[in-house]
Ligand binder design. Structure first.
Ligand SMILES: *Cc1c(COP(=O)(O)O)cnc(C)c1O
Length: 401
């Protein structure tokens, strides 16, 4: 073959002639994968041979990270699990529901889910004929009776610990109900991460993560994951894989690569998040400006025993109620210097939120109060900094109320 001309050198892909192996997972920034021959292409397309085709269906960076998340959720449980990555936590939930449910099916869940999830169920799924029933999932007798009497309920969906009160759901009990009546169970495990809580142990079918939060930990990527023991649904041709591929709710290699970097330190970060959060919760419980502290690691928390049963430690999220209500909340937030006012969570640095004046400003007060978001409630995503720096900031801001 003759040497290619200038224009061809510009346009042609390069072949890397080096053979040394990268130590760190490479970022495969490619939208498609070239086949060596027609035969190879056909084998990959028909699932006879493992391989990649097109980035929306999968990519080596994304698949490696998904496999790692599945391995973390399954570690030590004796269960097999498969995972897929999505463009966000919301995309993971939405794809799971579209794949596993159909018109006429119902979801049974709690009122205090992540706000976006509730909205997804009510504003997107409900108009398509998938109804949502909201219930206090502590009332297991009522849950069981409702499931037993309504065969249309196909999915029991929960979040534990949940925003903003750190309310917990008994995973073993919920999975038991789902199994007895042959329904699916799913849990949003974003707050706990698999380091602190592995829902597969209790027989939960599907686990959702907003990897945007603790799994990544560095606040530089938005993505989601779905993990399940129903591995066939996740492989080529399975319902979830097919829905992801056709709805285009896939992640991308760059975000996957960032999650991978973050997850390397997940265990040590979670240790520090938990240690700092418990110490801060104890300090706040003794602060005269505070009427209540919501941290499931405190014996005073109504769900402490449920948390203790199913979690290794209690996580980095907590909230507390200022006695002075809305005005105190606003003055407190304006005096914060060290922590960052930001509406996300799970980053290495401490993030603070006053829902009544920030995330829930446009939510009707009755609705907000019904979900435990009172005027003086402050939510803290405790970081891994030196704990005295965080406590010092909270104390000086208390002084300005
Ligand atoms: C942030 C969050 C979500 C949504 O995840 P995105 O990645 O923002 O789509 C779902 N559940 C919980 C508990 C969350 O904190």
């Amino acid at each position: 073959m003759q040497h290619p001309q200038f224009e061809s050198i510009c346009a042609k892909e390069v072949k890397d002639p080096r053979t040394t192996k990268p130590h760190v997972l490479p970022l495969y920034a490619t939208s498609s994968f070239a086949f060596e021959s027609i035969d190879e292409g056909m084998d990959i397309f028909t699932n006879k041979k493992e391989g990649h085709v097109y980035g929306r269906y999968g990519n080596p960076t994304m698949d490696a990270v998904a496999d790692k998340i599945a391995a973390l959720e399954a570690a030590g449980t004796g269960k097999e699990a498969a995972a897929l990555l999505f463009s966000s936590g919301q995309a993971a939930v939405c794809t799971m529901m579209l794949a596993m449910l159909k018109q006429g099916d119902k979801i049974l869940t709690q009122g205090n889910l992540y706000g976006g999830t509730t909205e997804l169920f009510l504003k997107v799924l409900q108009p398509h004929g998938i109804e949502t029933i909201l219930m206090d999932l502590h009332d297991l007798e009522l849950v069981e009776k409702t499931v037993k009497n309504d065969p249309a309920i196909k999915m029991l969906y929960c979040e534990t610990p949940a925003n903003p009160t750190l309310a917990c759901v008994d995973l073993e009990a919920l999975a038991g109900i789902a199994q007895r009546y042959d329904r699916y169970s799913a849990v949003d495990n974003t707050f706990a991460t698999p380091y602190l809580q592995q829902p597969l142990r209790y027989g939960i079918d599907f686990i959702i993560h907003s990897t945007t939060k603790f799994l990544n930990g560095h606040g530089n990527s938005i993505a989601g994951a779905l993990v399940t023991s129903h591995t066939a649904q996740m492989r080529m041709g399975g319902a979830i894989w097919t829905t992801l591929k056709l709805a285009g709710t896939n992640c991308n290699p760059w975000d996957a690569w960032l999650i991978h970097n973050g997850m390397k330190t997940l265990a040590v970060r979670m240790e520090r998040h938990c240690e700092n959060a418990l110490r801060i919760a104890q300090e706040l419980e003794n602060d005269g400006h505070v009427s209540r502290v919501n941290y499931c690691g405190l014996p005073s928390h109504p769900d402490h025993l449920i948390a203790k049963k199913q979690m290794r430690a209690f996580g980095g999220m907590l909230s507390f109620e200022l006695k002075g209500g809305l005005d105190a909340g606003i003055r407190f937030m304006n005096a914060i210097k060290f922590c960052t006012l930001a509406p996300t969570l799970g980053d290495v640095d401490t993030l603070i939120l006053h829902p009544a004046s920030m995330s829930h400003l446009n939510v009707a007060k009755e609705v907000r109060l019904k979900n435990g978001i009172t005027d003086g409630l402050i939510r803290l995503s405790v970081g891994i900094e030196h704990v005295e720096d965080i406590i010092g900031d909270l104390k000086q801001a208390m002084g300005s109320i």
